[in-house]
Design a protein around this ligand. Structure first.
Ligand code: HEM
Length: 457
């Protein structure tokens, strides 16, 4: 059996459904709960007896919410409820002046020249990922999401704290995060469309306990780093940079507990998303051997000891990774709350309404993209592709609240993809077509299974 012609897409829900059915579908999977019309609508209204939400798919409206008037569309607090025990007051959850202050301290750590400094650690993690797969290659199907999660966690620990994932503390944090996610879908899906408070929300003592363990471990790491900074022995990594950067306006550093909040979000936002993107990219390579060959060649030419400047040569790999983020945006939807009454496309949007931005639907919009569901890395060089990249491509969000790690993630994803393809030939398993589902990020319902064979180029 050959792989499907189009990359897998979740089935849309059949027509109109009752609220109860919607809630049930929604809790199972955010994507398949939505109707097919969202792939061609400019805007959709979700009406129930309790609330109204609006999904906006028109580029001008997305631009308005994210870029032109972001202060009138703050991050919806209801969505983040489930994250608070873990993330406290991290930059992912705050709004207004508090958020602005945090970004003033965090953003400098992710500037371009900082990425160059982080590159050796990312490259070491890429080579470690290649080596880790060696005993599994040729030995039957490998579940690739588990591998990419481990690799992305390794990248984060090496760049933040200069420790590999094999380190006892790093490993513990990684394992406990998995427990946290099993005990609590990290994004509170029930709140996504502002469901009423009586809709049951999965939130348990186990979740709280798990969050406490993670925060205790992170506190140990940041305390140790504070001591090293005081002793003048701290390595020059992201944690050091963030702990020593003063807010240019107030001159203040992050407090110790704020630093724990920020480390928790870097770990969560940085490793879940990158792992999701890389696993889908590897699946797409397995199902598109022509592109896999090109990416493998670029990765082999780069070699294990490449310099930061050499990454420029990964042209096809970058197009492939960008196309993966279009088809499988790791963060499928984002929610904002209208601070005042609005009028969108001739419809009244009441103050307090939830405004949903959906990279998932926008990136596959039938009225915007040529061949919206097809895998076509060449599209980025076409007129339509260039236009859509500007108008309808937001895997990292956009505007002032854009992902702080966007440049970092592109560097990491492209490098790991190229080096893994250079080392292993990937083939799909016919009976195991992965079904995308969205929880915190877009993952495959039963994992992504691939065969790997050492390539020997
Ligand atoms: C392929 C990988 C990644 C994707 C697709 C991605 C996507 C996103 C998106 C869409 C948001 C906005 C969420 C919202 O507004 O609701 C976001 C925010 C964020 N991301 Fe990423 N991200 C990735 C990797 C990373 C990495 C590697 C880091 C850090 C090391 C990171 C750190 C953050 C932080 C701190 C925020 C919050 C920014 C704010 O609210 O001001 N992300 N990311």
């Amino acid at each position: 059996m050959s792989p499907p012609l189009l990359p897998p897409k979740p089935p849309a829900r059949p027509g109109r459904v009752s609220l109860w059915r919607y809630v049930k579908l929604f809790r199972r999977d955010l994507l398949s709960a939505q109707p097919a019309k969202l792939y061609r609508a400019w805007m959709a209204e979700f009406k129930t007896p309790f609330f109204r939400s609006y999904l906006v798919n028109q580029p001008e409206l997305v631009d308005l919410v994210l870029k032109r008037r972001p202060r009138d569309f703050l991050k919806s607090n209801r969505v983040s409820e489930g994250l608070r025990p873990l993330l406290g007051n991290s930059v992912f959850l705050t709004n207004g002046a508090e958020w602005e202050r945090q970004r003033r301290i965090i953003d400098p750590a992710f500037e371009g020249w900082r990425l160059r400094e982080a590159y050796p650690a990312i490259s070491a993690a890429a080579e470690a990922a290649v080596a880790r797969l060696a005993p599994k290659a040729g030995g039957g199907p490998v579940e690739i999401e588990a591998e990419t999660s481990f690799a992305a966690a390794d990248v984060i620990f090496r760049t933040l704290f200069s420790i590999p994932i094999e380190d006892r503390m790093a490993r513990q944090v990684f394992e406990e995060f998995k427990t946290y996610q099993r005990s609590q879908p990290v994004v509170n899906l029930a709140a996504f469309f502002s469901l009423p408070s009586w809709v049951p929300r999965p939130f348990s003592r186990r979740t709280r306990r798990s969050a406490e363990v993670i925060r205790r471990l992170i506190t140990e790491l940041t305390d140790k780093r504070a001591e090293a900074l005081a002793a003048g022995t701290a390595p020059n990594d992201l944690a050091t940079k963030i702990m020593t950067t003063k807010d240019p306006i107030t001159g203040q550093l992050f407090s110790a507990s704020e630093m724990v909040d920020q480390v928790a979000i870097f770990f969560l936002a940085g490793h879940e998303t990158s792992a999701s993107a890389l696993s889908w990219a590897l699946y797409l390579m397995a199902t598109h051997p022509d592109y896999q060959e090109k990416v493998a060649r670029e990765g082999a030419a780069l070699g294990p000891q490449a310099r930061f400047e050499d990454l420029r040569a990964l042209r096809v790999t970058r197009d492939v990774f960008r196309e993966t983020l279009r088809l499988y945006p790791p963060v499928p939807m984002m929610v904002r709350e209208a601070a005042q009454a609005e009028r969108f496309r001739g419809r009244d949007v009441a103050s307090g309404s939830q405004v949903v931005l959906s990279p998932w639907h926008l990136h596959r919009h039938m009225r915007l993209w040529d061949n919206p569901d097809g895998f076509d890395p060449e599209r980025w060089h076409s007129e339509n592709g260039k236009h859509c990249q500007r108008a309808a491509y937001i895997p990292f969000s956009a505007g002032p609240r854009v992902c702080t790690g966007a440049g970092f993630a592109m560097l990491e994803g492209v490098l790991l993809l190229a080096r893994l393809c250079a080392a292993y030939e990937l083939t799909p398993i016919a009976e195991q077509v992965p079904q995308p589902v969205a929880h915190l990020t877009v993952r495959a319902q039963s994992g992504i299974w691939l065969n790997l064979r050492p390539r020997g180029i």
